[in-house]
Ligand binder design. Structure first.
Ligand code: PHB
Length: 389
Protein backbone atom coordinates (compact mmCIF):
# COMPACT_ATOMS: atom_id res chain seq x y z
CA UNK A 1 0.00 0.00 0.00
CA UNK A 2 2.89 2.40 -0.61
CA UNK A 3 1.61 3.77 -3.89
CA UNK A 4 -0.84 6.44 -2.91
CA UNK A 5 -2.28 8.67 -5.58
CA UNK A 6 0.04 11.72 -6.00
CA UNK A 7 -2.74 14.20 -5.19
CA UNK A 8 -3.37 12.40 -1.87
CA UNK A 9 0.34 12.50 -1.10
CA UNK A 10 0.36 16.24 -1.82
CA UNK A 11 -2.66 16.83 0.37
CA UNK A 12 -1.03 14.89 3.22
CA UNK A 13 2.18 16.90 2.91
CA UNK A 14 0.22 20.14 2.91
CA UNK A 15 -1.71 19.02 5.99
CA UNK A 16 1.55 18.17 7.76
CA UNK A 17 2.95 21.61 6.92
CA UNK A 18 -0.16 23.36 8.15
CA UNK A 19 -0.07 21.35 11.35
CA UNK A 20 3.57 22.24 11.84
CA UNK A 21 2.91 25.93 11.22
CA UNK A 22 -0.11 25.87 13.46
CA UNK A 23 1.58 24.14 16.32
CA UNK A 24 4.54 26.50 16.01
CA UNK A 25 2.22 29.53 16.06
CA UNK A 26 0.48 28.18 19.14
CA UNK A 27 3.46 27.09 21.19
CA UNK A 28 6.61 29.01 20.19
CA UNK A 29 7.42 32.24 21.99
CA UNK A 30 5.89 35.57 20.97
CA UNK A 31 8.76 37.77 19.84
CA UNK A 32 8.49 41.26 21.31
CA UNK A 33 10.92 43.87 19.95
CA UNK A 34 11.59 46.90 22.13
CA UNK A 35 12.77 49.89 20.17
CA UNK A 36 13.44 52.50 22.84
CA UNK A 37 16.00 55.12 23.83
CA UNK A 38 18.51 53.48 26.15
CA UNK A 39 21.01 56.35 25.82
CA UNK A 40 20.64 60.15 25.71
CA UNK A 41 18.17 62.56 27.30
CA UNK A 42 15.27 60.05 27.13
CA UNK A 43 17.19 56.99 28.41
CA UNK A 44 15.36 56.81 31.74
CA UNK A 45 12.02 56.94 29.91
CA UNK A 46 12.97 53.95 27.76
CA UNK A 47 13.99 51.93 30.79
CA UNK A 48 10.77 52.72 32.67
CA UNK A 49 8.69 51.63 29.65
CA UNK A 50 10.56 48.34 29.34
CA UNK A 51 10.28 47.69 33.08
CA UNK A 52 6.56 48.46 33.07
CA UNK A 53 5.94 46.11 30.15
CA UNK A 54 7.93 43.29 31.73
CA UNK A 55 6.22 43.76 35.08
CA UNK A 56 2.83 43.06 33.54
CA UNK A 57 4.13 39.96 31.77
CA UNK A 58 5.70 38.79 35.02
CA UNK A 59 2.38 39.30 36.83
CA UNK A 60 0.81 36.95 34.27
CA UNK A 61 3.34 34.25 35.16
CA UNK A 62 5.75 35.18 32.35
CA UNK A 63 3.29 34.30 29.57
CA UNK A 64 0.56 36.08 27.62
CA UNK A 65 -2.39 33.97 26.49
CA UNK A 66 -0.35 30.84 27.18
CA UNK A 67 2.62 31.98 25.08
CA UNK A 68 6.17 32.54 26.36
CA UNK A 69 7.57 35.98 25.59
CA UNK A 70 10.97 36.43 24.00
CA UNK A 71 12.46 39.94 24.06
CA UNK A 72 14.62 41.72 21.48
CA UNK A 73 16.08 45.19 21.98
CA UNK A 74 17.32 48.09 19.86
CA UNK A 75 18.55 51.43 21.24
CA UNK A 76 17.01 54.08 18.97
CA UNK A 77 19.05 56.90 20.57
CA UNK A 78 16.07 59.22 19.91
CA UNK A 79 17.64 59.65 16.47
CA UNK A 80 15.11 59.98 13.61
CA UNK A 81 17.78 59.61 10.89
CA UNK A 82 18.52 56.05 12.09
CA UNK A 83 14.91 55.10 12.81
CA UNK A 84 14.05 53.19 9.63
CA UNK A 85 17.23 51.10 9.78
CA UNK A 86 16.70 50.46 13.47
CA UNK A 87 13.10 49.33 13.19
CA UNK A 88 14.02 47.04 10.30
CA UNK A 89 16.52 45.29 12.57
CA UNK A 90 13.51 44.16 14.57
CA UNK A 91 11.03 43.62 11.74
CA UNK A 92 13.29 42.04 9.09
CA UNK A 93 16.35 40.68 10.89
CA UNK A 94 14.80 39.47 14.16
CA UNK A 95 11.35 38.88 12.62
CA UNK A 96 9.56 40.01 15.75
CA UNK A 97 5.79 39.55 16.07
CA UNK A 98 5.24 42.96 17.64
CA UNK A 99 7.31 46.11 17.97
CA UNK A 100 6.97 48.14 21.17
CA UNK A 101 8.35 51.69 20.83
CA UNK A 102 9.18 54.47 21.13
CA UNK A 103 9.54 57.68 23.15
CA UNK A 104 10.57 60.28 20.52
CA UNK A 105 7.88 61.44 18.08
CA UNK A 106 10.28 61.86 15.14
CA UNK A 107 11.52 58.29 15.52
CA UNK A 108 7.99 56.96 16.03
CA UNK A 109 6.78 58.53 12.78
CA UNK A 110 9.32 56.44 10.85
CA UNK A 111 8.37 53.35 12.85
CA UNK A 112 4.68 53.81 12.09
CA UNK A 113 5.48 54.06 8.37
CA UNK A 114 7.52 50.84 8.51
CA UNK A 115 4.83 49.03 10.52
CA UNK A 116 2.19 49.99 7.98
CA UNK A 117 4.32 48.89 5.03
CA UNK A 118 5.16 45.53 6.60
CA UNK A 119 1.76 44.88 8.20
CA UNK A 120 3.58 44.63 11.54
CA UNK A 121 1.85 45.15 14.87
CA UNK A 122 3.24 48.28 16.57
CA UNK A 123 2.34 49.46 20.07
CA UNK A 124 3.63 52.95 20.86
CA UNK A 125 4.19 53.28 24.62
CA UNK A 126 4.91 57.01 24.59
CA UNK A 127 5.58 59.12 21.46
CA UNK A 128 2.63 61.47 21.01
CA UNK A 129 3.06 62.48 17.32
CA UNK A 130 -0.46 63.61 16.42
CA UNK A 131 -0.22 62.31 12.85
CA UNK A 132 0.21 58.70 13.98
CA UNK A 133 -3.37 58.61 15.20
CA UNK A 134 -4.37 61.22 12.62
CA UNK A 135 -3.68 61.19 8.87
CA UNK A 136 -1.16 58.31 9.18
CA UNK A 137 -3.44 56.09 11.28
CA UNK A 138 -3.23 52.42 10.49
CA UNK A 139 -4.91 49.14 11.36
CA UNK A 140 -1.82 47.62 12.98
CA UNK A 141 -0.59 50.71 14.85
CA UNK A 142 -1.78 51.36 18.43
CA UNK A 143 -0.85 53.78 21.19
CA UNK A 144 -0.94 53.05 24.93
CA UNK A 145 0.03 56.61 25.85
CA UNK A 146 -1.45 59.90 24.54
CA UNK A 147 -1.37 62.25 21.57
CA UNK A 148 0.74 65.37 21.98
CA UNK A 149 -2.47 67.38 21.70
CA UNK A 150 -4.20 65.76 24.71
CA UNK A 151 -2.31 66.98 27.82
CA UNK A 152 -1.32 70.21 26.04
CA UNK A 153 -4.87 71.25 25.18
CA UNK A 154 -5.94 70.55 28.76
CA UNK A 155 -3.09 72.68 30.13
CA UNK A 156 -4.21 75.55 27.89
CA UNK A 157 -7.71 75.40 29.32
CA UNK A 158 -6.42 75.22 32.90
CA UNK A 159 -4.03 78.17 32.42
CA UNK A 160 -6.80 80.29 30.88
CA UNK A 161 -9.12 79.46 33.77
CA UNK A 162 -6.46 80.71 36.17
CA UNK A 163 -6.87 84.10 34.51
CA UNK A 164 -3.55 84.26 32.64
CA UNK A 165 -3.79 86.40 29.51
CA UNK A 166 -0.34 86.45 27.87
CA UNK A 167 1.84 83.37 27.55
CA UNK A 168 5.20 82.58 25.97
CA UNK A 169 5.97 79.02 24.93
CA UNK A 170 9.42 77.46 24.95
CA UNK A 171 10.26 73.97 23.69
CA UNK A 172 12.48 71.76 21.58
CA UNK A 173 11.91 72.30 17.88
CA UNK A 174 10.60 68.89 16.79
CA UNK A 175 7.20 67.24 16.33
CA UNK A 176 6.43 66.71 20.03
CA UNK A 177 7.45 70.20 21.14
CA UNK A 178 5.71 71.94 18.26
CA UNK A 179 2.49 69.93 18.58
CA UNK A 180 2.44 70.38 22.34
CA UNK A 181 2.74 74.16 21.98
CA UNK A 182 0.01 74.15 19.34
CA UNK A 183 -2.35 72.15 21.55
CA UNK A 184 -1.69 74.50 24.47
CA UNK A 185 -2.41 77.57 22.31
CA UNK A 186 -5.69 76.03 21.15
CA UNK A 187 -6.95 75.50 24.73
CA UNK A 188 -5.50 78.77 26.04
CA UNK A 189 -6.85 80.98 23.27
CA UNK A 190 -10.30 79.37 23.41
CA UNK A 191 -10.32 80.41 27.07
CA UNK A 192 -9.44 84.01 26.27
CA UNK A 193 -5.63 83.94 26.54
CA UNK A 194 -3.06 84.74 23.87
CA UNK A 195 0.26 83.10 23.07
CA UNK A 196 2.48 86.08 22.24
CA UNK A 197 5.68 84.28 21.31
CA UNK A 198 6.96 80.77 20.55
CA UNK A 199 10.61 80.20 21.48
CA UNK A 200 12.49 77.04 20.49
CA UNK A 201 15.88 75.39 20.55
CA UNK A 202 17.00 72.24 18.73
CA UNK A 203 16.44 68.81 20.34
CA UNK A 204 18.11 67.79 22.66
CA UNK A 205 20.00 71.05 23.44
CA UNK A 206 19.93 72.38 26.98
CA UNK A 207 21.49 75.84 26.55
CA UNK A 208 18.47 77.72 27.91
CA UNK A 209 20.12 80.90 29.20
CA UNK A 210 19.54 83.30 26.28
CA UNK A 211 15.91 82.20 26.01
CA UNK A 212 15.32 82.67 29.73
CA UNK A 213 16.77 86.19 29.47
CA UNK A 214 14.30 86.92 26.69
CA UNK A 215 11.40 85.71 28.84
CA UNK A 216 12.57 87.83 31.78
CA UNK A 217 12.57 90.93 29.63
CA UNK A 218 9.13 90.28 28.11
CA UNK A 219 7.40 89.43 31.38
CA UNK A 220 4.49 87.28 30.16
CA UNK A 221 1.82 86.13 32.66
CA UNK A 222 2.84 82.49 32.15
CA UNK A 223 5.28 80.22 30.34
CA UNK A 224 4.35 76.87 28.78
CA UNK A 225 7.12 74.37 28.04
CA UNK A 226 7.43 70.86 26.69
CA UNK A 227 10.61 69.14 27.84
CA UNK A 228 11.12 65.64 29.22
CA UNK A 229 13.74 63.37 30.74
CA UNK A 230 17.22 64.81 31.34
CA UNK A 231 16.36 68.01 29.44
CA UNK A 232 13.36 68.67 31.70
CA UNK A 233 15.51 68.28 34.82
CA UNK A 234 17.94 70.92 33.60
CA UNK A 235 15.26 73.27 32.28
CA UNK A 236 13.22 73.41 35.49
CA UNK A 237 16.37 73.98 37.51
CA UNK A 238 17.62 76.73 35.19
CA UNK A 239 14.19 78.42 35.26
CA UNK A 240 14.30 78.53 39.05
CA UNK A 241 17.97 79.53 39.17
CA UNK A 242 17.11 82.54 36.99
CA UNK A 243 14.52 83.49 39.63
CA UNK A 244 11.70 83.30 37.07
CA UNK A 245 9.59 80.82 39.07
CA UNK A 246 8.99 83.56 41.66
CA UNK A 247 7.21 85.85 39.21
CA UNK A 248 6.14 83.90 36.10
CA UNK A 249 4.48 80.49 36.65
CA UNK A 250 5.87 77.70 34.49
CA UNK A 251 3.32 75.23 33.10
CA UNK A 252 3.64 72.20 30.89
CA UNK A 253 2.34 68.76 30.06
CA UNK A 254 3.22 66.52 33.02
CA UNK A 255 6.37 65.23 31.30
CA UNK A 256 8.05 68.36 32.61
CA UNK A 257 7.95 66.94 36.15
CA UNK A 258 7.34 63.17 35.72
CA UNK A 259 10.20 60.83 36.58
CA UNK A 260 12.34 63.95 37.12
CA UNK A 261 11.58 65.19 40.65
CA UNK A 262 14.57 63.44 42.20
CA UNK A 263 16.81 65.64 40.04
CA UNK A 264 14.71 68.82 40.12
CA UNK A 265 14.26 68.97 43.90
CA UNK A 266 13.37 72.41 45.24
CA UNK A 267 13.17 73.97 41.77
CA UNK A 268 9.99 72.07 40.86
CA UNK A 269 8.02 72.59 44.09
CA UNK A 270 4.49 73.85 43.53
CA UNK A 271 4.52 73.44 39.76
CA UNK A 272 1.19 72.66 38.12
CA UNK A 273 1.00 70.40 35.08
CA UNK A 274 -1.61 68.28 33.29
CA UNK A 275 -1.28 64.59 32.39
CA UNK A 276 -3.13 61.28 32.14
CA UNK A 277 -1.42 60.08 35.32
CA UNK A 278 -0.60 61.37 38.81
CA UNK A 279 1.37 59.89 41.70
CA UNK A 280 -1.45 59.43 44.19
CA UNK A 281 -4.58 58.52 42.29
CA UNK A 282 -5.51 56.40 45.25
CA UNK A 283 -7.35 53.64 43.42
CA UNK A 284 -6.66 49.98 44.31
CA UNK A 285 -5.44 49.16 40.79
CA UNK A 286 -2.81 51.90 40.88
CA UNK A 287 -1.75 51.11 44.45
CA UNK A 288 -1.12 47.45 43.63
CA UNK A 289 0.78 48.39 40.48
CA UNK A 290 2.99 50.92 42.28
CA UNK A 291 3.72 48.54 45.11
CA UNK A 292 4.78 45.73 42.80
CA UNK A 293 6.80 48.11 40.63
CA UNK A 294 8.65 49.49 43.68
CA UNK A 295 9.31 45.97 45.01
CA UNK A 296 10.57 44.70 41.67
CA UNK A 297 12.70 47.62 40.55
CA UNK A 298 13.44 49.55 43.80
CA UNK A 299 12.13 52.69 42.10
CA UNK A 300 8.89 54.65 42.00
CA UNK A 301 6.68 54.10 38.98
CA UNK A 302 6.00 57.06 36.71
CA UNK A 303 3.84 57.75 33.67
CA UNK A 304 6.30 55.94 31.37
CA UNK A 305 6.15 52.78 33.47
CA UNK A 306 2.34 52.93 33.27
CA UNK A 307 2.41 53.28 29.48
CA UNK A 308 4.75 50.29 29.16
CA UNK A 309 2.57 48.23 31.51
CA UNK A 310 -0.53 49.10 29.51
CA UNK A 311 1.17 48.26 26.21
CA UNK A 312 1.50 44.71 27.55
CA UNK A 313 -2.14 44.72 28.65
CA UNK A 314 -3.19 45.77 25.16
CA UNK A 315 -1.11 43.01 23.60
CA UNK A 316 -2.75 40.46 25.88
CA UNK A 317 -6.22 41.68 24.85
CA UNK A 318 -5.26 41.13 21.21
CA UNK A 319 -3.71 37.72 21.84
CA UNK A 320 -6.71 36.50 23.81
CA UNK A 321 -9.03 37.43 20.95
CA UNK A 322 -6.83 35.37 18.58
CA UNK A 323 -6.45 32.40 20.97
CA UNK A 324 -2.78 33.14 21.34
CA UNK A 325 -2.07 33.13 17.59
CA UNK A 326 -0.48 36.48 16.86
CA UNK A 327 -0.35 35.68 13.14
CA UNK A 328 -4.13 36.13 13.03
CA UNK A 329 -3.71 39.86 12.68
CA UNK A 330 -7.37 40.71 12.07
CA UNK A 331 -8.41 38.99 15.27
CA UNK A 332 -5.55 40.54 17.26
CA UNK A 333 -6.47 44.00 15.99
CA UNK A 334 -10.18 43.50 16.70
CA UNK A 335 -9.38 42.33 20.25
CA UNK A 336 -7.26 45.39 20.93
CA UNK A 337 -9.86 47.73 19.43
CA UNK A 338 -12.60 46.36 21.67
CA UNK A 339 -10.57 46.13 24.87
CA UNK A 340 -11.16 48.10 28.00
CA UNK A 341 -7.74 48.44 29.58
CA UNK A 342 -7.68 48.34 33.37
CA UNK A 343 -4.85 50.84 33.65
CA UNK A 344 -3.28 52.23 36.83
CA UNK A 345 -4.27 55.63 35.38
CA UNK A 346 -7.95 54.57 35.32
CA UNK A 347 -9.79 52.36 32.83
CA UNK A 348 -9.59 53.42 29.20
CA UNK A 349 -10.74 52.42 25.74
CA UNK A 350 -9.22 53.32 22.39
CA UNK A 351 -10.55 55.83 19.89
CA UNK A 352 -11.25 54.75 16.30
CA UNK A 353 -7.70 55.90 15.48
CA UNK A 354 -6.26 53.62 18.28
CA UNK A 355 -5.40 56.34 20.82
CA UNK A 356 -6.49 56.19 24.51
CA UNK A 357 -9.62 58.13 25.47
CA UNK A 358 -8.71 59.20 28.97
CA UNK A 359 -9.08 61.62 31.86
CA UNK A 360 -6.44 64.34 31.97
CA UNK A 361 -5.53 65.24 35.54
CA UNK A 362 -4.27 68.47 37.04
CA UNK A 363 -1.30 67.73 39.30
CA UNK A 364 0.88 69.76 41.61
CA UNK A 365 4.43 68.99 42.68
CA UNK A 366 4.77 68.38 46.41
CA UNK A 367 8.07 66.90 47.52
CA UNK A 368 8.83 63.95 45.26
CA UNK A 369 5.24 63.55 44.05
CA UNK A 370 3.05 64.92 41.30
CA UNK A 371 -0.03 65.09 43.47
CA UNK A 372 -3.47 64.65 41.98
CA UNK A 373 -5.49 67.87 42.20
CA UNK A 374 -8.52 67.05 40.10
CA UNK A 375 -9.69 66.12 36.62
CA UNK A 376 -8.89 68.87 34.12
CA UNK A 377 -10.88 67.24 31.29
CA UNK A 378 -12.86 64.03 31.60
CA UNK A 379 -12.55 61.32 28.94
CA UNK A 380 -10.62 63.48 26.50
CA UNK A 381 -10.39 61.93 23.04
CA UNK A 382 -7.83 63.12 20.53
CA UNK A 383 -9.81 64.51 17.58
CA UNK A 384 -7.94 62.09 15.26
CA UNK A 385 -8.05 64.71 12.53
CA UNK A 386 -7.52 63.17 9.10
CA UNK A 387 -7.65 59.50 10.16
CA UNK A 388 -9.28 57.20 7.64
CA UNK A 389 -8.71 53.59 8.61
C1 PHB B 1 7.60 62.69 22.12
O1 PHB B 1 8.62 62.89 21.43
O2 PHB B 1 6.50 62.46 21.60
C2 PHB B 1 7.69 62.73 23.60
C3 PHB B 1 8.90 62.53 24.24
C4 PHB B 1 8.97 62.54 25.62
C5 PHB B 1 7.82 62.72 26.37
C6 PHB B 1 6.59 62.92 25.75
C7 PHB B 1 6.53 62.93 24.35
O3 PHB B 1 7.88 62.71 27.69
Amino acid sequence: MQLRHPSIRLAMAAAALTLCGYSHAQTGPIKVGFMLPYTGTYASLGNMIENGFKLYVQEQGGKLAGREIQYFKVDDESEPSKATDNVNKLIKRDQVDVVVGTVHSGVALAMARAAKENNTLLIIPNAGADAITGPMCSKTVFRSSFSNWQPAYAMGEVAAKKGHKKAITLTWNYAAGNESVKGFAEGFEKGGGKVVQNLTLPFPNVEFQALLTQIASQKPDAVYSFFAGGGAVKFVKDYAAAGLNKTIPLYGPGFLTDGTLEGQGEAAQGMITTLHYADNLNNPRDKAFRLNFAKTYKANADVYAVQGYDAAQMLLAGLKAANGDIKKMNQVVAGMEKAEIDSPRGKFKLSAAHNPIQDIYTRQVKGKLNEYQGVAIKQLADPGRGCKM
